[in-house]
Structure formats: structure tokens, C-alpha cells
Write a protein of this length. Sequence first.
Length: 219
Amino acid sequence: MTNPWLDLTTANNEFIASIDVDYLRQYQSRESAQKDEFKLVTSVVPEPWCGPLLNARVLVLSGNPHWDDRDSGLPELAHQKMRENLLGREPIFWLDPSLIGTSGADWYRLKLLKNVLETCESRKIAERLALVDFVGYRSHRWDHSLRPPSQAFTTNAVSEAIQRDAWILVSRGRKLWIDAIPDLDRYPRVLFNRSVQNVRLSQQNTGKNGFEAIVAELS
């Protein structure tokens, strides 16, 4: 399947996958989409995943990239890495030491991967794990009704990960992900976090056996 994120339109200082333009225009005309919490931030390059989506050994499935107000002042290096990330084979750029102190680096290092980083090398994590979002556009809160056409590429990539026996952790949106990819419901290497609010990979949240399986895959 052709990667739609390699064809970005940049009209009006926005970054939108060309395949999504018409859909997002219709979505943004809704009253609910005008609320600050759901308003999509398209002034920076989208982040439908972070990490080597196309060959990752561990995939963490989530909702959509959170917009932090600090992101309006990201360094140029981050913007460059965001573009490269859309190729689908680059390591997790937020683990690049040069980006320490940014909101993305803080989230990955202090929240999502804090416990994994205590055990595994950051380089190996960055090369083998990918965070995959249901929707690739940023907002303060995830609107579960969003179904942009670009989503088909993401769900197809997760299906391909199943074929290569990757570990898949559903962090958020369990029902939505299974509805989109029914094979997840019977896949022997799928894991589910105990808390739908806490994305962290840890023994407590992911379960001892699941956490140890992920660590072994990343070591």
C-alpha cells in the first residue's frame, strides 16, 4: 500500500496528507471539531507513528499525538526528524539525546518508556519499537469519531506486523483498534494495558509476563 504521508500538502501553512484534505475540511466544519480540546493542530508535520513502523518488533497502539503548547517552539531538528519519521523506517526520534528537554522527549523518556529504559538500551528501543496512533493529527484530546483516509495505511501496517509475529500492545482505544483490525482479537502476541488512562509500559500496567516479553524483544 502506498504511504500517503509522503504526499503532504503545505497550503495555508498546514501539513496534511493530500489524501485527507477533503475529509479534514468536512470534519473541521463540525461544531464539535471547533472546541479547543478537539481542534486539530496541523501547523506542524503530523505524527501518525513514531519509530520504525514497517519493521518494528514491538508496536504500541494509541489514539493520536497529543498537542503540548510547548510544541509551538520546537527546534528545527525536531521538525526535520518529524519529516524523516514519515518514511516508516526511522528510529524513535524523540529518544535522540539532542532533543532532551522537549515535550516529546519528556513524554517518551519519563512516561511511556521510563521503565523500559531502566532495562534496555535507548538505541535498541528506538530501533525496534514504534508507537502507532489511530489518527495522525495532533490535538489536546482524541476525537474517537475521526476516520481520515490515511488511517488505512496505518491499520494495514499493523496487520503486516501481525504477519511478522511482532509484539503488539494496545495502550488506548482497544475496541476501536479491534474493530479496525479484527485479527488483533485472536492474535497470541497482543497485550493490553490494565489502565486505559496510563500509557506506560511497566510490570504493573502491562503485566509482568507482557512487560518481560517486550523487554526481551528490545534487548
